[in-house]
Design a protein. Structure first.
Length: 454
């Protein structure tokens, strides 16, 4: 077992060296930029009309070099917020979920483990931690069932299956062997399998990303009698086939894994799911395709409608046709659901969580947070941050605002790549990043000073 060092800062890191006032809204092309334009409070509004024309010649490879976290490094946050390091030393901390009793469960995907941390009340100090389960297969999604204060099971999304373990509040280690609930999930290429239960616990949702960038290895037409015409009649709108069958989808099941149904299609890689409080809507944070230029297409977060088709691989952001699959599915052009909140292309949004607590200022309640893992397919590096999605009366405004930045060191180096995000039982925000294998705890207290943090 690789040891995990649990660290509590004797001095909580200040959110920022100065005061971050809300920035003026950046729209259209003014919203495009690199990491150097990021800071807490910067707000962007991108619309489908802002899409540049696709241009494969302008597609850049620009992978970041993860470096050891500098001693002076600290995430930057809006005024009044502070951040403490909870844990470090994990191989690849990904999705975070919080149990009803407050224990923090983290998928350490490369280590093939689910870890659990119990914090001292109101602090970042770890009182107890352990490996809840090992021997998994690229674990990612975590969900408790039934939803509510007393779950009996904890479900884990492996890249090729969904399994569950017996669970009761307070368990640090699994009390039984994993039970396979869903098997034979296609796993090549996109492997992040997030899972959530509907608010009433009747449905298990599973996100299965595509097996390729734009399905060029998929056979030209379905290999069934009647070909494409028969496929269209038998399958959900926009369903893919061959090597991409049951991929780029959100799939629903009964809690026992039965009654599989394709819930929505055309979501190239939904790597983070969340249930919106109040209305129970299912949301996805989605990584779009590569190879069409810095800002083509936009990544996004969206409410996922049952029966909805979101474009991949033939279209993107509405009826914008993929030039590398031109003319293949004209029947779908007017049937693409446009996503709700558009992000700069190649930001790589992953974990998503709604904030429904009162430990942050009132204007944060009902909003959502999304962790962005960061770009590689654009000349100007972007992502590598946590953003907030404002909602009004339960509906997204379409804007997104930088909330947690400071993970990029230079045009070539980064020390942090945010992945998982969750709201702790005390209302603080938990963020994992897999560049240095750390977990952070964000809290709010108006007018904090350095003296107060010592």
């Amino acid at each position: 077992m690789k040891p995990v060092s649990t660290i509590v800062c004797s001095i909580a890191l200040l959110a920022a060296t100065g005061v971050f006032a809300a920035e003026s809204l950046k729209k259209g092309k003014a919203a495009f930029g690199s990491w150097q334009d990021d800071k807490p409070g910067v707000t962007r509004l991108i619309s489908p009309e802002d899409l540049p024309a696709p241009d494969e010649s302008k597609s850049a490879e620009n992978s970041a070099e993860p470096i050891k976290m500098p001693e002076s490094a600290k995430p930057l946050l809006p005024e009044g917020f502070s951040v403490e390091l909870v844990a470090s030393g994990m191989e690849s901390p990904r999705i975070i979920r919080v149990a009803p009793n407050g224990d923090i469960f983290v998928a350490d995907s490369k280590a093939n483990q689910i870890r659990v941390f119990r914090l001292q009340e109101g602090a970042a100090k770890v009182e107890e931690d352990g490996i809840f389960a090992g021997g998994l297969h690229q674990p990612y999604g975590i969900a408790f069932y039934p939803p509510g204060p007393n779950p009996e099971w904890i479900y884990v999304g492996n890249s090729h299956s969904v399994v569950r373990f017996p669970y009761k509040n307070g368990d640090i280690e699994a009390s039984g062997e994993p039970e396979a609930i869903v098997e034979n999930i296609p796993e090549a290429h996109h492997w992040t399998r997030d899972i959530v239960f509907s608010a009433d616990g009747s449905k298990l949702f599973l996100a299965v990303g595509s097996g390729s960038n734009i399905a060029l290895d998929m056979s030209p037409t379905p290999r069934i009698e009647g070909g494409l015409d028969a496929w269209i009649k038998e399958k959900p709108l926009g369903a893919t086939w061959d090597t991409e069958e049951r991929r780029a989808d959100v799939i629903s099941f009964d809690p026992d894994g039965k009654n599989e149904k394709i819930y929505a299609t055309g979501l190239r890689n939904c790597s983070g799911m969340a249930i919106q409080p109040g209305n129970g809507a299912l949301w996805c944070a989605v990584n779009e395709r590569d190879g069409l230029g810095d800002n083509v297409p936009f990544d996004y977060a969206t409410e996922v409608k049952e029966g909805g088709f979101y474009g991949w691989p033939w279209y993107y952001i509405g009826g914008n046709e993929e030039p590398r699959r031109k003319g293949e599915r004209p029947d779908l052009a007017s049937k693409v659901t446009v996503p709700d909140v558009l992000f700069q292309g190649h930001s790589a949004p992953l974990g998503m969580a709604f904030y429904n607590d009162d430990a942050f200022p009132a204007e944060y309640r009902g909003n959502a947070f999304v962790a962005m893992h960061g770009s590689w397919n654009r000349a100007g590096r972007t992502g590598y941050k946590v953003v907030m999605l404002p909602f009004k009366d339960g509906k997204p405004t379409g804007e997104y605002q930088d909330f947690m930045t400071g993970f990029v060191v230079s045009d070539k180096e980064v020390w942090g790549r945010p992945v998982g995000i969750a709201v702790a039982k005390d209302g603080s925000l938990l963020v994992s990043e897999d560049g240095n294998g750390t977990i952070w705890r964000v809290t709010y207290k108006a007018n904090k000073t350095v003296g107060e943090l010592q």
